[in-house]
Design a protein around this ligand. Structure first.
Ligand code: S3P
Length: 436
């Protein structure tokens, strides 16, 4: 198990790209497999999570060729779609650490009338699966979580007679919404998902891109069964959730300058930019609209940030960025209050407690709530030893904190960053040495 050793840096000037978007990479290969022919996926994220989805699809009989690789792994794939006619895998499908892989696959496999088991690592095996078991069960899938409280391992037997549903989703979850919409492609008629607040809309955009009819009316998304995604090539933009670490590093450092190129700027994902601007950050977005996902460049000029409240409908849009926003809050003047973010407790770690604990160890006053925390900014961060708790976003958020702390900050157990951002450690080293 490796560690990050981070030293304080001054203002830096950098220009960079980040690896492909994790959410979009999972979906691109799943849609490719469900389509009616070959789809070339470029900009694919070769992280452990996305490779778990590729391996799952291969185990289900889908041929996926690696057309191009970089030092991190395969970045351009050719997925040979078979209209979702998957074969029975020989053994349980291992989703590793990935909630997206497990939950989306449940939807994509809902029409298969044979048993498939899905397993995950220790963290994934504690995460709630009732949220996909319930709606897919209503559609006629025989699915159960054999772990404690209906967690993974999951055993699933689908049906060719899937029923349509109108599902009032209890939480704003793009994974749950996606599982239902993917299953809905095989049901007879209209499937509807009502979201309590809008979650990321990559699945709806991808349905449209693959020429499948969908409709959004307010917070209700519909699709119609009997449609096969039309095979097309797809370009995955850089991951704004990965860019978020460097954006905070620059935004909170007076004198710093950062330009990130070719990053996803989907408005259901770019909430962190708006939140940071409310905190006083100097950030510009240059958006290119495309048929698939909007993308473009982000430019940041560092300044002193101020505390704000982060709550309500804004939360689903920044859910993965809250650990690094909490670090920004610690560096800001004044108090930041985060509320309505109870979902953080069921991520790769309990991110409310792991974030609060690491901030406290750095000397930041934090009060934890059931659905968030209050952070008093402006104290000098004191370098110390921190734990990632096996959570990639905690490891990376606190590596950024280390750039602002006195002395040395050690983050233990950081191999987990490979689940979403292979190469993060190398970028961190490079950034530390690119001071103005
Ligand atoms: C994701 C949705 C979010 C997010 C996760 C990826 C997706 O989870 O936290 O990292 O790709 O759909 P929920 O849908 O559970 O909120």
């Amino acid at each position: 198990m490796s560690e990050f050793k981070v030293k304080p840096t001054g203002a830096f000037s950098a220009e960079m790209t980040v690896p492909g978007d994790k959410s979009i990479s999972h979906r691109a290969v799943i849609f490719g497999a469900m389509s009616n022919g070959p789809c070339e996926i470029s900009g694919f994220l070769p992280s452990e999570d996305c490779i778990a989805t590729v391996n799952a699809l291969r185990a289900l009989g889908i041929k996926i060729e690696e057309l191009e690789s970089d030092e991190r792994g395969p970045v351009r794939l050719l997925v040979h779609g078979k209209k979702g006619e998957f074969k029975k895998p020989d053994k349980p499908i291992d989703c590793g650490n990935s909630g997206t892989a497990m939950r989306l696959l449940c939807g994509a496999l809902a029409h298969l009338p044979f048993r498939i088991d899905l397993i995950g690592d220790d963290s994934l095996s504690t995460r709630p699966m009732g949220r996909v078991i319930d709606p897919l069960g209503q559609m006629g899938v025989s699915i159960k979580g054999t772990g404690k409280n209906r967690t993974a391992p999951l055993s699933l037997v689908g049906t060719t007679e899937l029923k349509t549903i109108t599902y009032d989703m209890p939480m704003a979850s793009a994974q749950v919404k996606s599982a239902i919409l993917l299953a809905g492609l095989r049901a007879h008629g209209r499937t509807q998902v009502i979201e309590p607040a809008q979650s990321r809309d990559h699945t709806e955009r991808m349905l449209k891109y693959f020429l499948v009819k969908t409709l959004r009316e307010g917070n209700t998304v519909s699709t119609w069964g009997g449609q096969t995604p039309e095979s097309r090539d797809f370009a995955v933009p850089g991951d704004i959730s990965s860019a978020a670490f460097w954006i905070v590093a620059a935004a909170a450092r007076p004198g710093a300058h950062l330009l990130i190129r070719n990053v996803g700027l989907n408005p259901t994902r770019s909430g962190i930019l708006k939140t940071l601007v409310r905190m006083g950050a100097h950030i510009s977005e240059f958006v290119e609209e495309t048929e698939g996902e909007p993308y473009g460049n982000i430019e940041v000029h560092g300044t002193t940030l101020k505390g704000v409240e982060i709550a309500g409908d804004e939360i689903p849009n920044v859910i993965d960025e809250i650990p690094v926003l909490a670090v920004a809050a610690a560096l800001a003047e004044g108090t930041t209050i985060i509320r309505d973010a109870k979902e953080l407790r069921v991520k790769e770690s309990d991110r409310i407690s792991t974030t609060a604990e690491n901030l406290r160890r750095l000397g930041v006053p934090v009060q934890e709530f059931i659905d968030g925390m209050e952070i008093t900014g402006g104290e000098t961060l004191k370098g110390t030893t921190l734990e990632s708790m096996g959570d990639h976003r905690i490891a990376m958020a606190f590596a950024i904190a280390g750039l602002f702390a006195t002395g040395e900050t050690v983050i233990n157990d950081v191999d987990c960053v490979n689940t979403s951002y292979p190469g993060f450690g190398e970028e961190l080293l490079q950034l530390s040495s690119s001071q103005n």
